[in-house]
Design a protein around this ligand. Sequence first.
Ligand SMILES: [Fe+2]
Length: 168
Amino acid sequence: MISPDRALQILRDEGCSEKVIVHCRAVSEYASEIAEKLAASGKTVDIELVIIGGLLHDLGRSRSHGIDHAVIGADIAMQLGLDPLIVNIIKKHIGAGITREEAKELGLPDDDYMPSTLEEKIVAHADNFISGNEKISMVQLRQKMKQKRFSDESTARIILLAEEIGVY
Ligand SMILES: [Fe+2]
């Protein structure tokens, strides 16, 4: 696994803004806190992977702030020869995931963008609860999703993921 310093260097080299980097650090920190809690409760979780996946999840924001930033980030990570486990965390971090059918409607490359491993789920979930570099509450997250006109389906999926992870 690459080091956190190397991950930050990649974000800088690829041209992510300082704002994005600050957000990535906050998501990584919160995701690692969650991973440690789950590990303490007996779950098998790769904490290092969660830390690096959290740092790199928004790598694609160096090129796009659209919904495609996850696909773009995963492509960059792949080209850099990063671990496929990291590539998948990046690819599947939007909301609580995007199904193959939804991806089609959104014009994304044909693929399943639903987080399936615990590490993928933790990073997606941590990202939902970090706004900028601040942890937000469930009430604030609900308000944010309403303001941003998230579909009922995406909203429900995000809440379900939070309940599944159990730390928020
Ligand atoms: Fe993102």
